[in-house]
Design a protein around this ligand. Structure first.
Ligand SMILES: Nc1ncnc2c1ncn2[C@@H]1O[C@H](COP(=O)(O)OP(=O)(O)OP(=O)(O)O)[C@@H](O)[C@H]1O
Ligand SMILES: [Mg+2]
Length: 270
């Protein structure tokens, strides 16, 4: 079964009478146990998509299924319950994931409140992110990097079916970044956790099974096993990747040439 299904998702923010279209017509299916790196330039809509997948936002248009449930049809209460039991999230700002006055260990066990408390799992998670000796320290007094690692342990505390992590290694060095990657892959292998990870870090995206690139609010490209593909969107729209803009700049015209197995675009002077 697919854990995530987006069908023509549109997200519009309204701020001071100005509308910002953050996502337009996003179609995306993610199956159980997949690990997906969400890539794209700043402002492309990555965090917005993650917030939607977390059920923290409801889409302006389009439909979104999480674990087979159409979230547009769920009451707020059912959605809250689904989130607490099945979704683990690491927000882009590490401190916002934690309760500052609680210890590292308390933060992890607090995240298990919707399921059965499991202190052994909590200890194991802290050890895997290198915080075995930090169990008693208040989260609010930890460094940004420690908070970021703790945030992942918290997000995985209740064996979520879906892990959503927004740049979980942005404040980490290579070694602790590798712990984070290991933990995400381990969750996928051992617990069948599906992961969607926003990242600018090549070592993270290369370690995950699939890449999805968002540009200007659309899914522009996907990659599997090191190969990148452009995605043909609704109505046949294709984004020319930036590395080809010197050959076919945005706004230029192209001639379409039919080939046996597809088409070629050639720059044309109108
Ligand atoms: N709460 C909000 N109100 C208004 N506009 C917003 C809000 N949140 C995001 N946006 C706008 O939506 C667009 C997408 O933002 P988003 O945060 O999803 O991008 P991102 O890909 O995560 O970028 P970054 O890599 O910088 O984190 C941007 O144009 C942003 O300014
Ligand atoms: Mg973001």
């Amino acid at each position: 079964m697919s854990v995530v299904r987006c069908d023509g998702i549109v997200q519009i923010y309204k701020a001071h009478e100005v509308e910002v279209v953050a996502l337009r017509d996003v179609d995306l299916v993610i199956d159980e146990g997949e690990t997906v790196a969400l890539l794209g330039p700043s402002g492309a809509g990555k965090s917005t998509l993650l917030w939607l997948l977390a059920g923290l936002l409801r889409p302006s248009a389009g439909r979104l299924w999480l674990n087979g449930a159409d979230i547009g049809r769920l009451s707020q209460r059912s959605l809250d319950r689904l989130r607490a039991a099945q979704i683990g999230m690491v927000l882009q700002n590490p401190a916002r994931n934690l309760i500052g006055y609680l210890s590292a260990a308390q933060n992890v066990t607090f995240a298990q409140r919707a399921v059965k408390r499991d202190r052994r799992r909590a200890g194991d998670l802290l050890r895997r992110v290198g915080l075995q000796d930090a169990g008693d320290r208040p989260a609010g007094r930890m460094s940004g990097g420690e908070q970021q690692r703790l945030a992942l342990a918290v997000a995985l505390a209740n064996k979520p079916r879906l892990l959503l992590a927004d740049e979980p290694t942005s404040q980490l060095d290579e070694r602790s970044g590798a712990w984070v990657v290991d933990l995400i892959k381990r969750a996928a292998d051992v617990d069948g956790t599906t992961a969607v990870v926003v990242t600018h870090d090549m070592s993270v995206s290369e370690a995950l099974g699939r890449t999805v690139t968002i540009r200007d609010g659309r899914v522009g490209a996907e990659g599997r096993r090191g190969e990148d593909f452009v995605v043909v969107g609704r109505e046949g729209a294709v984004q020319v990747p930036p590395e080809y803009h010197h050959l076919l700049p945005p706004g230029s015209m192209a001639r379409i040439e039919e080939l046996e197995d597809g088409i070629a675009l050639r720059r044309a002077e109108p």
